[in-house]
Design a protein around this ligand. Structure first.
Ligand code: 0A1
Ligand code: ZN
Length: 882
């Protein structure tokens, strides 16, 4: 931990900076262990500051200070003071002045991967949220926006490519020294967190894009030599993103060049630095033999996400880090819309909701619950969460549902006009929506400040005599840590009432009002709607398209669910009905396994599922989603307490085996008819067929018998792309026997030189439900290709184990918890962001049955008893145990 004890920062304490920085000129001499940074800042007092002060306090971390000059005069040591995290000059002029600071930093030893570091031999930077202060002393806060010029210099052999934000204005060789330089200028004011520079031996894959207004933009993707043939999809995705943002939001790109650099060591997925995005290379590099359909889809979505930040995040940035959802929620919403427009809207919605429920709901229901706009934090890096990103996106989606697509667009137009170049707040955004669309969003604002997933209970009753269907809705949000009292939220509920043949009935209220687009607004704790002229008992389809991020309980019978599975005009709800039905079967089977009882037959569920699978009007990708049973963590969430992961696993495996037996013929047919001949294409249509075929294959092998295993082996041997290979490995990893060992060994031999493919090999072993998974993970930690210093490796092996192996991680003897806790402590010594994130996997520990709960608690206490924890890990472990 830092010498000071961790401090809590509060939103309510926000004050504007006392000083502003107008321009930044950086002169950087890249060196592996001693990079020299000379920074010249034009500073002036902030006219909007709450108080006048002549003490300038700059942020700085892990910097070696060489000299400071104020208006050209070198300052003595007595002219300033320093702590571990600040440089204070007590007496600066009360008008504009120029400050020059020369510092050194050490990229080679920087394993926190924040600031300037080396990924293999590439120099690169990561400045969000507070990495710029590890490059130079600065007012490192998002509301200080400056224009940057960056001059980079390096040995030409070591770093033949030198990049920074903006447009290249000059480059050349320095005659004698073997060094060269490049000067980059970014005309758009930006906060320090959007700064980036890169130097190294990189090759450039180039293309161009002509904007709507006819400007030609260079598109450059930089990768390590030898990877050039893996960039085509990333480039295609970039061009699609640029076009989509012009068409859907009227946003054009604003520099002469857009650059992406792929690096192997990166704490997150990617970063939207102005004009110079830096990406985790797994989200750029793809060839059919090395990348799966899921990888291709992720590349397309993340490239879009980072590109869309150019307007939502960069041109309009955040006033402070509490406003993170302003850029992240909105940009996730935009990338989800992009994928929906390019691929299948229903399938995208299903996958986004799956993601929300898997990652965000447990966060909202656990010790780390926080509002979409948190009110306090100890370490901001801990708040790049599913709540800020995914739930933040849901808030934007609810707004769009309420104001309509056109209304949303006009509000966004106003937002860009009004706030271009600003560091804005959530209130600024909401005001634009309210003004442009004349919508009252006062009550809606509570979504930003209230944590927890609201629970909505709905019941429908029918009065045959009066021909009235009465729908009652109630809402309650459970208490979350530090927030006991909750207020009712304003939530858009999309609904339909299905008549006997499945058609949507007209929705007319008793007072004669129609309900346009089937949209009602739940605002009160309880609300009732009486629909008239209903001639027979209808089946309600509620929360269509998952119109609000809530847990919904409805009084539906199994026959109703079956009916919705077959007839609902809303494809999302059709899928949801199947999942709800499956959850009923699975929770009761889990209870049975817990008591040593045989589960009741599931034939009516299986019949309903089969009918959907046979429906050729539904696209294959959609049917593949229907075929996926709720995950073990979905079942655990549904049960909610006293969780025994082994019983859940047995129940789910039992239902898979039942499906395998009962639908054998159908599954075989799906497997045969959905093969995709010809050259591989990552586009949605082919990927959808592969998804359905591979889901069928996995179920066919669910009995673990010899014929199933042989079929999977044949599939592996015949596979011409990574999607099919991985499917086979994903099945075999759970099946004891020689097939598993042979296939994993073959795969290793073939791919041991490919760092990205090897991550898949690590992950697939980590998720095995076989007894030996924890000991295998311990063994693989020692594998020569594994490194705790490489975040992708940690995520592949340890992250996959903790997140995707519920029986292994939650082993009754506590071996899983100990293993992860060990790694967390080890990593915390050099990379707090990764250690803290990994510990987040303990967030649902209180839901477990008592024995496991005790084991998890003691692993957490082991961590918290350590008094050298980083601020990041301290915050997570303290809150998790609280
Ligand atoms: N803004 C990026 C995510 C990101 C956040 C923090 C990072 O380092 C601590 C890196 C990337 C995005 O939303 O894609
Ligand atoms: Zn983002």
């Amino acid at each position: 931990m830092d010498d000071s004890s961790p401090q809590t920062i509060f939103l309510k304490d926000y004050t504007p900076s006392n000083f502003l920085i107008d321009t930044v000129s950086l002169d950087v001499n890249l060196h592996p262990t001693a990079t020299r940074v000379h920074s010249r800042l034009e500073i002036r007092p902030n006219p909007d500051a709450a108080t006048r002060s002549t003490a300038l306090v700059l942020d700085g971390e892990d910097l070696e200070l060489d000299e400071v000059r104020l208006d050209g005069r070198k300052l003595d040591d007595s002219d300033f003071t320093r702590t571990d995290s600040t440089l204070t000059i007590p007496g600066v002029p009360d008008g504009p002045f120029e400050l020059e600071i020369t510092t050194y930093c050490n990229p080679e030893t920087n394993k926190a991967l924040s600031g300037l570091y080396r990924s293999r031999n590439i120099f690169c930077t990561q400045c969000e949220a507070q990495g710029f202060r590890r490059i130079t002393y600065f007012l490192d806060r998002p509301d200080v926006l400056a224009i940057y010029t960056t001059r980079l210099q390096a040995d030409k052999e070591m770093a033949p490519v030198l990049l920074a934000n903006g447009n290249l204005i000059e480059s050349g060789k320095n005659s004698s020294s073997g060094t060269h330089f490049a000067v980059w200028e970014d005309p758009h004011p930006k906060p320090g967190y959007l700064f980036a520079m890169v130097g190294g031996n990189l090759v450039c894959v180039a293309d161009t894009f002509t904007t709507l207004s006819g400007r030609e933009v260079d598109l450059h993707i930089y990768v390590e030599p030898g990877e050039e043939d893996r960039c085509a999809w990333a480039m295609e995705s970039l061009k699609r993103s640029m076009k989509w943002d012009e068409e859907r939001f009227g946003r054009e790109y604003d520099l002469d060049v857009f650059m992406i650099v792929a690096v192997s060591d990166f704490n997150m997925g990617a970063m939207e630095n102005k004009g110079l995005n830096v990406f985790n290379d797994k989200l750029i590099l793809a060839r059919p033999e090395t990348a799966t359909d899921a990888d291709y889809a992720a590349i397309e979505a993340v490239i879009a996400h980072e590109y869309f930040h150019n307007w939502t995040g960069n041109r309009v940035t955040c006033r402070d880090w509490f406003q993170l959802c302003l850029k992240e929620g909105l940009t996730v919403y935009r990338d989800q819309e992009f994928t929906s427009d390019l691929r299948s809207r229903a399938v995208e919605r299903i996958s986004d909701v799956r993601m929300l429920k898997t990652h965000q709901f447990p966060e909202d229901g656990g010790p780390l619950a926080h509002p979409v706009r948190p009110q306090s934090y100890i370490e901001i890096n801990n708040f790049y969460t599913a709540t800020v990103y995914e739930k933040g996106a849901e808030l934007c989606r609810m707004i769009e549902t309420m104001v309509g697509r056109e209304g949303f667009r006009s509000a966004m137009d106003l937002y860009f006009v009004r706030h271009d170049g600003d560091a804005a707040t959530v209130e600024d955004f909401i005001s634009c929506i309210a003004e442009a669309t004349q919508t009252d969003l006062d009550q809606f604002m509570t979504w930003y400040s209230q944590a927890g997933t609201p629970e909505v209970v709905a019941s429908l009753s029918y009065n045959a005599k009066e021909r009235i269907a009465e729908l009652s809705l109630s809402q309650v949000t459970p208490a979350t840590p530090g927030q006991v009292k909750k207020r009712p939220l304003h939530m858009p509920i999309k609904l339909g009432l299905l008549g006997p043949n499945g058609d949507d009935l007209p929705l007319r209220l008793e007072n004669g009002d129609d309900i346009p687009d089937g949209l009602i607004h739940l605002r009160a704790t309880e609300q009732t709607y009486r629909f008239t002229n209903v001639s027979s008992p209808p089946v309600p389809s509620l929360l269509r398209g998952f119109s609000a991020p809530v847990k919904l309980t409805v009084n539906l019978s199994e026959t109703d669910l079956e009916f919705l599975m077959a007839k609902d005009s809303d494809l999302f709800n059709r899928w949801q009905a199947g999942q709800n039905y499956a959850l009923r079967v699975l929770t009761s089977a889990t209870a049975g396994f817990g008591n040593g009882e045989e589960p009741a037959p599931a034939s009516s569920f299986i019949g309903a599922l089969a009918a959907t699978l046979r429906d050729e009007t539904l696209e294959p990708a959609y049917r593949a989603e229907v075929l996926k049973l709720p995950s073990e963590s979905d079942i655990a969430r549904e049960i909610g307490q006293n969780i025994n992961p082994d019983a859940i696993h047995s129940a789910r495996e039992w239902l898979r085996a039942e499906l395998s037996r009962a639908l054998h013929r159908e599954l075989e047919e799906l497997y045969e008819t959905n093969s995709v001949p010809g050259p591989y294409s990552p586009e949605a249509e082919d990927a959808g067929k592969r998804a359905l075929r591979n889901a069928a294959l996995a179920l066919l092998a669910a009995l673990g018998d010899e014929s199933g295993i042989n079929r999977v082996r044949e599939h592996f041997d015949a596979a011409a792309n990574m999607t099919d290979k991985i499917t086979a490995l994903g099945v075999l990893t759970h099946l004891e026997g020689s097939a598993r060992e042979t296939v994993f060994d073959d795969f290793y031999e073939q791919w041991k030189d490919d760092h990205l493919v090897i991550d898949k090999w690590f992950a697939l072993q980590a998720i095995s439900s076989l007894e030996d998974a924890p000991s295998r993970v311990v063994m693989l930690r020692k594998h020569p290709l594994f490194s705790l210093k490489a975040p992708n490796k940690v995520r592949a092996l340890i992250g996959a184990f903790a997140n995707m192996n519920p029986t292994g991680f939650n082993r009754a003897d506590g071996a899983g918890y100990e293993l992860v806790a060990d790694v967390v402590l080890e990593i915390d010594k050099f990379n707090p962001q990764i250690s803290a994130r990994l510990l987040g996997t303990f967030k649902s520990w209180r839901m477990l049955e008592p024995e496991r709960k005790a084991k998890a608690k003691s692993a957490l206490e082991h961590i918290s008893s350590n008094n050298n924890l980083s601020r990041d890990l301290f915050e997570i472990v303290t809150k998790t145990l609280d």
